[in-house]
Design a protein around this ligand. Structure first.
Ligand code: CAA
Length: 384
């Protein structure tokens, strides 16, 4: 599907590109070394309207569509993939889930501070023994008076330490399978919720990934998101949007890697000529540019379907699958184009290569995306 960006979308893209290159890219390498959370950048992004882009204006958001959002997210990912994943989970999963499933009080209470980036959102579904199969989770939530009491461990939670509000899933009825899982809005500082191990990761080092431990954590019953038993559906729907976000991160990061490689081969001389003059190199560049464009179109197509209110689960998985595999191929080839320098910290490409690695894993592995896609095709869920 081909479509033209509106003037407003082109404006958003240029504004975010300029901001990201000036404010975010310049400190990305340092953040990768220090693992410092990009708190200041996120605050500025809140002021620019990037932290609640698809939330309606009445709740403090920008009320813009997914196509505009992925343009912005790609630009942030081009500059700093750690900052982009925080933006993605916050916008795609947390804000959207509250907007889609929250009641009026919850939306009024939580969306304005989220959209202002006064608090950062996190999403806690995964557990030590339940990753690809979240129905196997063992965190429980038991009603006690006007509170639910949560017990269990969550793992690999993006912004687990720096998040101010976490959407937590837990079993409210063991016997009901996925229909026995519910979702809760848990505020930072709620007694009984503590941050456990903080992962020391290969990439995305400035975004914290932590365990969250719940020990008799009392959450007001009014903080249930949706109805009892809605938790799995909320998570899956949130991940549909989240997976489009990962495709945007992949496209942005791959474009930055290619730009860096093109610049390098256009300056570097070997055998008496620019490296870019060699046909083998030019073919690599052509192939990478084509792959990035294909991923971009899948990203736009899934986003546009979502914006039109169509079912887009399969297209989100296709965009995530293709784009995340693509960025791993592209960053690997771009290291090759940088030669020995690509293996050093003199150029940003080694960080990009490390940052990209998790894209085929988080928010559903490539294998899970293939399951979602083939299930849709074989069960013919694509057709009404
Ligand atoms: N939207 C709405 N509902 C959905 C849905 C969707 N996209 N997908 C499934 N459902 C519903 C189904 O309709 C079904 O409901 P009914 O029984 O009422 O019909 C129900 O959910 C169960 O569906 P399935 O039988 O298809 O579910 P399943 O147990 O076979 O699992 C799965 C499907 C695709 C494998 C799913 O478990 C999955 O996506 N797994 C991967 C989980 C994942 O991505 N985890 C990443 C966590 S977040 C993260 O990475 C960290 C971070 O912070 C970045």
């Amino acid at each position: 599907m081909f479509f033209k960006l509106t003037d407003e979308q082109v404006m958003i893209q240029s504004m975010v590109r300029e901001f990201a290159r000036k404010e975010i890219a310049t400190t990305a390498a340092e953040r990768d070394l220090t693992k410092e959370f990009p708190a200041e950048n996120l605050k500025k992004m809140g002021e620019l309207g990037l932290m609640g882009m698809m939330v309606p204006v009445e709740y403090g958001g920008e009320g813009i569509n997914t196509v505009s959002y992925v343009l912005a997210l790609s630009e942030i990912a081009s500059s700093c993939a750690s900052t982009a994943v925080v933006m993605s989970v916050h916008n795609s999963i947390v804000c959207e889930s509250i907007n889609n499933f929250g009641n009026e009080e919850q939306k009024k209470k939580y969306l304005p501070p989220l959209t202002d980036a006064k608090i950062i959102g996190a999403f806690a579904l995964t557990e030590p023994h339940a990753g690809s199969d979240p129905v196997a989770q063992s965190t429980t939530a038991v009603l006690d008076g006007d509170h639910y009491v949560l017990n269990g461990d969550k793992r690999f939670i993006t912004s687990g330490k720096n998040g101010g509000l976490v959407i937590v899933t837990a079993k409210t009825d063991e016997k009901k399978g996925h229909k026995g899982i519910s979702a809760f809005l848990v505020e930072k500082g709620t007694p009984g919720m503590t941050v456990g191990n903080i992962e020391d990761k290969l990439g995305l080092r400035a975004s914290d990934t932590t365990d969250l431990i719940f020990k008799n954590c009392r959450v007001p019953a009014e903080n249930m998101l949706g109805k009892e038993g809605d938790g799995f559906k909320i998570a899956m729907k949130g991940l549909d949007g989240g997976r489009i976000g990962i495709s945007a991160q992949s496209v942005g990061l791959a474009q930055a890697a290619l730009d860096s490689a093109v610049k390098y081969v256009s300056q570097r001389e070997q055998f008496g000529q620019k490296v870019s003059k060699f046909q083998g190199i030019r073919w690599m560049i052509a192939e990478m540019a084509t792959e990035i464009e294909a991923a971009r179109q899948l990203m736009f197509s899934a986003s546009a379907m979502k914006d039109r209110g169509e079912k887009y689960t399969m297209q989100a998985s296709m965009a995530k699958l293709f784009a995340s595999e693509m960025v791993n191929r592209v960053t690997g080839k771009c290291i090759q184009l940088h030669g020995g320098y690509g293996f050093t910290k003199d150029y940003p490409i080694e960080r990009m290569y490390r940052d990209a690695r998790v894209f085929t894993i988080y928010e559903g592995t490539s294998e899970i995306q293939r399951i979602v896609i083939s299930n849709h095709i074989l069960k013919d869920k694509r057709r009404p």
